[in-house]
Ligand binder design. Structure first.
Ligand code: ATR
Length: 275
């Protein structure tokens, strides 16, 4: 997806994957900066750790406490900070700036793929890990009407509910299943990655008949048991591929300063993930 986008934008860059031990994250980011990398993406478990490593935390990352995109910057001759890609002289003072493009990708995918707009929406959110927390905070930030949080480990959903009530009191936040209907069920648990997994919710407590749409953050398999069941109930459905696409496209825009070629990146992503 990124290399297809980079090529289409006419940039002489390459997107590469590196397996980094969390203990080496600081050295890896410093090393990338020293080698003149334009930027990088971070995934689990580096997103939280990077908050304390980057020199500047952008508002997008500060809000969610997680960095998934880093842009390297250096001072130009006038002493202004500029993206490293724009600077010829890389020996100037440089810094890493941390952004978060995951949160926006969640709401963009909900809007574009299942027609759910956060303002006023009723949402059942399954999972209170890293992805679930970012989703809950972003939905509340965007004015969700009611959030129902369900998580295997109740302490985590309780704590997340407390945080949301404090930061976004306008959203009605409850722990547990709704009694009435919801606009969307959002799965942010890892249940469904394995085809033998159980559904990520308790069928004795909630029925998909009460959901207008179901969004599963999992994209492989393309259709989880949850999405199959939702389709059978007539819900609008989408998997997490769009989310992956949108966070990547936004990162490419942060690095390049150009509009990402979304359709082309989508095709490249689909080809690589589904063959
Ligand atoms: P991510 O960054 O993808 O959100 P995570 O922070 O490890 O990853 O979160 C995984 C989520 O899936 C959590 O909500 C987790 O529930 P717990 O908080 O109880 O661990 C949920 N999850 C993972 N395996 C599960 C299972 N077998 N049953 C129910 N929930 C599960």
């Amino acid at each position: 997806m990124q290399n297809a986008g980079i090529l289409a934008l006419g940039l002489n860059w390459r997107y590469l994957a590196f397996d980094v031990d969390p203990a080496d994250l600081r050295a890896a980011i410093e090393g990338a900066k020293a080698m003149g990398f334009v930027g990088l993406n971070l995934t689990v478990p580096h997103k939280l750790l990077a908050m304390d490593i980057v020199e500047v935390v952008d508002e997008t990352a500060r809000r969610f406490g997680a960095v998934n995109t880093v842009r390297f910057e250096a001072r130009d001759e006038q002493g202004r900070w500029r993206p490293l890609r724009e600077i010829e002289e890389t020996r100037n003072e440089s810094r890493a700036v941390g952004f978060n493009t995951d949160a926006e990708a969640i709401t963009r995918a909900l809007r574009e793929e299942v027609g759910v707009n956060p303002p006023g929406a009723k949402i059942l959110l399954l999972g209170a890990g890293g992805a679930g927390r970012t989703a809950a905070l972003k939905l509340a930030l965007d004015g969700a009407g009611e959030l129902f949080l369900v998580n295997r480990t109740a302490d985590k959903s309780d704590e997340l509910a407390r945080e949301i009530r404090k930061r976004y009191p306008k959203t009605k936040t409850a722990v547990g299943y709704p009694t009435g209907t919801v606009d969307v069920v959002l799965n942010a648990t890892s249940l469904g990655l394995d085809v033998a997994d159980a559904l990520p919710f308790d069928e004795s407590q909630f029925s998909l008949r009460k959901a207008g749409a179901v969004f599963d953050m999992i994209y492989r398999p393309a259709e989880t048991a949850l999405l199959k069941a939702a389709k059978a109930e007539g819900c609008r459905i989408a998997n997490g591929l769009g989310m992956l696409l949108y966070q990547g496209a936004a990162a490419l825009e942060i690095w390049s300063g150009k509009t990402a070629p979304l359709n082309l990146m989508r095709r490249a992503l689909e080809q690589n993930v589904y063959g």
